[in-house]
Design a protein around this ligand. Sequence first.
Ligand code: AP5
Ligand code: MG
Length: 191
Amino acid sequence: MLNVIICGAPGCGKGTQSELIVEKYKLKHLSTGNLLRKEMAEKTELGVQAESFISKGSLVPDQMIIDMLTKAIDANEESENGIILDGFPRTVEQAEALEKMLADRNKETTVLLDLQVENRELINRLLKRGETSGRSDDNMETIKKRLQVYETKTAPVSDFYKKLGKYSGVNGMGTIDEIFGRIAEILDAKK
Ligand code: AP5
Ligand code: MG
């Protein structure tokens, strides 16, 4: 079983690489960003609350996210090959909650993949995606805020997994296939 976390700054390619990982390793993809956008589209109570945070580039409060993700994990009984968590955990509090949640289910994180991309490239990718994505957070002002929030709140999650010996940094610059090749090398060694 592979329980993989893919993390990194906004626009680093978490969603893009998750699709390729799912295809090759048959993991269940759980993206907190996608789950939240679905709630927003359906105008649920959670979606309406989340929208105000997301459009400003802030994080949605930890407890809302932890509850939503716990439900999603428990709803995914078909994930016997494992899961790929995209965009979660994004704070040390979320990382602690995740490790406890998995331990309660006799599971553990296999590895955290940290996609490393230069800020200039991140901004270019997100502005380009914003031309067609319709995402309320793909604009210059919100992108800058998301990058700041990443540095202060999410970067410390890497240290948490380094201490557990589960951290793998991945060069996220280059073509999508080149980056996937680097990821597959790491995951093949963990299978
Ligand atoms: P989320 O949806 O997770 O957004 P994000 O972290 O800002 O990341 P993105 O989805 O924008 O980028 P990505 O890394 O997936 O890159 P992608 O593959 O699309 O979260 C959105 C918001 O929800 C957060 O700001 C927060 O408010 C809230 N939220 C979510 N999770 C939360 C949590 N756990 N706690 C609290 N709040 C939470 O690639 C980007 C673009 O680049 C694409 O157009 C792609 O085609 C292109 N691209 C990809 N790879 C390459 C490449 N190698 N070369 C050129 N282009 C590329
Ligand atoms: Mg994404």
